[in-house]
Design a protein around this ligand. Sequence first.
Ligand code: PEP
Ligand code: MG
Length: 912
Amino acid sequence: MILDLSCLEGPKHTAQLNTFMSGTYGMNKLVYSFGAGQADGDASLKNLLGGKGANLAEMNKIGLPVPPGFTITTEVCTAFYALGQKYPEGLADQVRVALAQIEQSVGRGFGDEANPLLVSVRSGARASMPGMMDTVLNLGLNDVTVEGLATQSGNRRFAFDSYRRFIQMYSHVVLELDHHMFEDILESYKEVHDFTIDTDLEAGDWEAIVRAYQDGVVAAYGKPFPQDVNDQLWGAIGAVFRSWKNDRAHFYRKMHDIPESWGTAVNVQAMVFGNMGETSATGVAFTRNPSTGERLFYGEYLINAQGEDVVAGIRTPKSITKVQRESMGEGGLSLQEALPDVFNQLVEVYGQLEGHYRDMQDIEFTVERGKLWMLQTRNGKRTAKAALKIAVDMVDEGLITQDEAIMRVDPMALDQLLHPTIAPGAVRDLIASGLPASPGAAVGEVVFDPDEAELMAKAGKSVILVREETSPEDIHGMHASRAIVTSRGGMTSHAAVVARGMGRPCVSGAGDIRIDEAAGHFKARGRVIRKGELISVDGSKGEVLFGAVEMEQPELSGDFAALMVWADQVRRLKVRANAETPLDVRTAREFGAEGIGLCRTEHMFFDANRIAAVREMILSETTQGRVSALAKILPMQRQDFVEIFTIMVGLPCTIRLLDPPLHEFLPHSLEDVEAVAAATGLDKAKLLERAKELHEVNPMLGHRGCRLGITFPEIYDMQARAIFEAAIQVAKASGQAPVPEIMIPLIATEKELQILKDRVDAIGREVMAKVGVTIAYQVGTMIELPRAALKADEIARQADFFSFGTNDLTQTTLGISRDDSSRFMGAYVEQGIFEKDPFVTLDQSGVGDLIKIARDRGQATNPNLKLGICGEHGGDPASIHFCEKSGLDYVSCSPYRVPIARLAAAQAALSS
Ligand code: PEP
Ligand code: MG
């Protein structure tokens, strides 16, 4: 067994520590006392005292019944680790003084034979980490004080019950003994003596069990259970500090982005006893329902028990209110019925707490012989639905302002409300996990081929497309699928971006999955899942689950709409959408998008009816060949724009000219080549030859973006013509002229933009002259290459607007492939090289600097330059805060992110 016993001997003082304390850290006050209506700290000291400690102090100050105690600060925890698990100088003295204050307050002595003080020792970090760290209760009992407690309480059974609890908990937490040993001892005792439940055991039984426990400790630990109460105290303090670094806590911090450096505080508090008989109890409650947000006091309690009994599930807790008990169809008595006086005290306390904290509270309490004691309060965790309801209700109740309500709801949590989700209690049989690329959940049959996905969907089946990665050619299959899973690719991979745009749940980069399409199955973690078998995808968690897991449908409540109206009133940033299909554009509009920030026209090229003409155009070796192929595409493309302009009537629409490498449009199979040959009458062998020629080694940095426009200008000419003609058509039909913003991708130099802008202008002039109608339009560029950002002063001379394409800008600034980063990004985040995946949350210090440089240099030569962002970061709350601070005009994101962006933009405006 590995155990550092140094902590049992009390704190160490060395010259080195003296220097440490007086020097770098300058910590003087290490311990904060509270009790009897007074406290050294308050809720504002949460970073120093941890959430629990700060709120214990605060509750004391507002006159609530809180057992006296003290908090050892989180800085001590940091020092404890910095000093190699030793305590800073001065701690022992300060603990002694604080302990004496508790003794005085309750009129008992720590270790006193006749009238012993017992304490609890609990963790409490800045952010709540429920159940992750350690706790020791009933500390201060030994073979002598237990007799004192028995006499003083007049309840021998209670004293020995508390002692056996203490031995078990302390041995497990501090001495690191296996808790099963104690459970086995108790169970066999009960069996031998024919007891079924713990409450049947009498004082003598618990005494016998205490002796058996102590023998067990000697056998397993090699030493008797510590009898010195000070040794016990320091042992527990050390264990709580050490529990900051246990595996559970480590994992929890990783999941919730809690920094390792924060440390935990330790709270030492006089024990109050919920196990003192039928008028004693322990319980936990929420001041409002945490899943629905309803204003109903909601919680559980146990008569004659201590806190850990509720958590341990040894006995089933009962409802607090009669209403709750009846709605659950529960027998027995609610707290309201069993101890009405206590219930009334509790109702008063929770009203006071909500009034004071102005938020829903999650409380822990103990009732000792009819008297209520508060052990904890904190802002309660809640579902997105509850968060919305509580925020809106509290404004109606006059508890908070509209601005505060806006700040109360986590924008990302709104995702839960926009997509179906996996039901909270559902059984999850995990097959593989990857990146949570697009939220929501879906059930469907496994299919590997996009064409097959489409056919099956047409036949009325729910399918889930599972592929190594997707390409623009798979769009139809992705659209037909309920969800998409890829074994490769990151958060900005094709699958992720497109799935988010379509609102399809997606797990990308699920590296465990090995697809064998020919064999009709995939393997993951030793399991084989065949085509046609049902799986469920949790895109919010990045999990692929076996079978049809139970789902919950989204519900857009009135509270949601109310909060959005308030958010819109305060935000400065406009919110647009990245969308191109009429369905997506309509969804975006319904979610409140104020225009289109990015219409990726290439997605329109992949339509099944068009791909042959597109391939014909690309594979053609002559301009004439391309022009005639493009002529077939023009009317379809014009119709696309007519639909978009009509849905977004009166709002700005940024249409990006063709961006992806030609490579992506090449025919993949012989079948594809034959189709092109048949459609065009071209020679198959020649077509194959041409396809080979167009193949690129590094297409992301190859013949794409404006480079296509420079080399094959007829493509952009056709697109510009389609845009102008569509805009004029809609202007005539609706009487309201749209303002198209034509966007040229991947610009690196002013000259590129100048050449292409001149051509767009020329087409515009020609079209307008022909029909005799003039419409306003703009031409701008994406900034997605470092050179473009650096030379923004020159480029801005040709541009009406810049839209930061932060997917490519991140890729090109970091030199990290957006499609391959998922293979190693985990390690980079884990090791703190990046705080977050830079393809998800903008790298503000690097890529962000380029954005600011581009802004400043661009506006220096073109003060009217409009600025937006259309990379995936446009829907990420932290990146939206950056956009607000940087003075951008709008953010543009996937349709399903629009409400999130509206709320995040409002929060950013309020906090800037
Ligand atoms: C970008 O690069 O950020 C962008 C929006 O363009 P795409 O993702 O289409 O390359
Ligand atoms: Mg790009």
